[in-house]
Design a protein around this ligand. Structure first.
Ligand code: PLP
Length: 405
């Protein structure tokens, strides 16, 4: 079959979405590594720590005890109960068991939620920079992403004025991600309440509060949207999971809580697609949630050290601007001052993709171009790699920037 025929076989929805740029960068990093070059990958979205041993052992015990069969579509009663308790004790949020569901990562739950609610013409407001998957998932679900550009002036957060301008009669969702990927910015209670005030005039709008980086906050405290704004509890979907906070990206467990009508619809979709998330991973997740959380203090200490070290080094470059992230494990670097400059090989850097390319080829550091997050003129680095590598990579980035004319 020719190439054209292959494409004709595809559903139209596939052509609406793009291949993740983060995947492309990782691919190039692997190619260069294959050629024997040392590449430090600051492109990945996961911690370098191992899943804590108590969680690993919990999962092994679960297998030996025979927790290897189908569970309820939305997760076992034990996991739902552990999630319910987590929301109550850590977020002061009281959910009934019927208001909670689990899935194969927060990603699947987000997908379920959008698929369950969006019709053609419905809009989802997504502040940029955003996590790469939001707009494509909205498109897959037949909706229209409404991207609201933010800037360093508002610490890359959407303001009430920006929100008011973006809202229409077609708005179905506002997506809030705090601490945010890629900026690490955290919304304060006052900021969330100010956004909610604007939403009061738009009763059809649902709020998706993506709290996946909750455990990884440093000097600023985190408050979930529904906790900050109890008035909008009934139209908020609180999304979380064990991937980022427990170094469990591969286990694929996310959880969500919200109105029963929405949770039921999400489970209906899950029942006809993947069914329950892995029973063994469910045991691991409930072990994680129920266990002693004190290991997180040690992790946060290491991450703060890496963050501060990276920020200190990168700030020495006149071509780079950055804000210290308050949470997550990314630094979002403004590199607009480097645009239009020439490399020692006389190549002009036209955009952030050129800069990412320049850094991977010559500094040996893989970063993700800001365009992937809807914010051209930036790049994202993840400091969730060995501390020595953070230092080496940031020094290499700065040295490479100095060579530009
Ligand atoms: N939300 C944000 C903001 C993320 O960065 C990610 C992963 O990168 C996810 C959700 C998905 O997490 P999970 O591994 O639970 O699917």
């Amino acid at each position: 079959m020719s190439q054209l025929d292959d494409v004709q076989q595809l559903a139209r929805r596939v052509s609406r979405i793009t291949m993740s740029m983060t995947v492309k960068i990782s691919q190039r990093a692997r190619e260069l590594q294959g050629e024997g070059k040392k590449i430090i990958n600051m492109g990945a979205g996961e911690l370098d720590f191992d899943t804590p041993e108590y969680i690993q052992l919990g999962a092994i015990k679960g297998i030996l005890e025979g927790h290897t069969r189908y569970t309820n579509v939305g997760g076992s009663a034990a996991l739902i109960s552990a999630v319910q308790n987590k929301f109550l004790t850590e977020n002061c949020l009281t959910y009934t068991k019927e208001q909670i569901t689990t899935g194969t990562g927060a990603k699947q739950l987000l997908f379920n939620a959008l698929m369950a609610t969006l019709n053609e013409g419905d809009e989802a407001i997504i502040p940029a920079p955003y996590w790469v998957s939001y707009p494509d998932m909205v498109k897959l679900a037949d909706g229209t992403p409404v991207i609201v550009e933010t800037s360093a002036n508002s610490h890359y957060k959407i303001t009430p004025e920006m929100l008011r301008k973006a809202l229409t009669a077609q708005t179905k969702w506002l997506i809030i991600n705090s601490p945010g990927n890629p900026t690490g910015a955290i919304y304060s209670v006052a900021e969330l309440r100010a956004l909610a005030q604007v939403l009061a005039d738009f009763p059809q709008v649902l709020v998706l509060s993506d709290d996946i980086y909750e455990p990884l906050t440093y000097d600023t405290s985190f408050v979930s949207f529904a906790q900050a704004v109890p008035e909008l509890f009934a139209r908020t979907l609180t999304l979380n999971g064990v991937s980022k906070g427990y170094a469990m990206t591969g286990w694929r467990i996310g959880y969500a809580a919200g109105p029963v009508w929405l949770i039921n619809a999400m489970e209906k979709l899950q029942a006809q697609s993947t069914s329950n998330p892995s029973s063994i991973s469910q045991i691991a997740a409930l072990t994680a949630l129920r266990g002693d959380q004190s290991f997180l203090d040690g992790w946060r200490e290491v991450l703060v050290e890496r963050r501060d070290q990276a920020c200190a080094i990168l700030s020495t470059s006149e071509l780079l601007r950055l804000q210290k992230p308050e949470g997550a494990f990314y630094i979002f670097v403004d590199c607009k001052a480097a645009l239009g400059k020439q490399t020692p090989e006389n190549v002009t850097l036209g955009d952030d993709l050129d800069i990412a390319q320049y850094l991977i080829e010559y500094a040996g550091v893989a970063v993700v171009p800001g365009s992937a997050f809807g914010a051209p003129g930036h790049f994202r680095i993840a400091f969730s790699i060995a501390s020595e590598d953070v230092t080496t990579a940031c020094e290499a980035i700065v040295a490479q920037m100095e060579l530009l004319r």
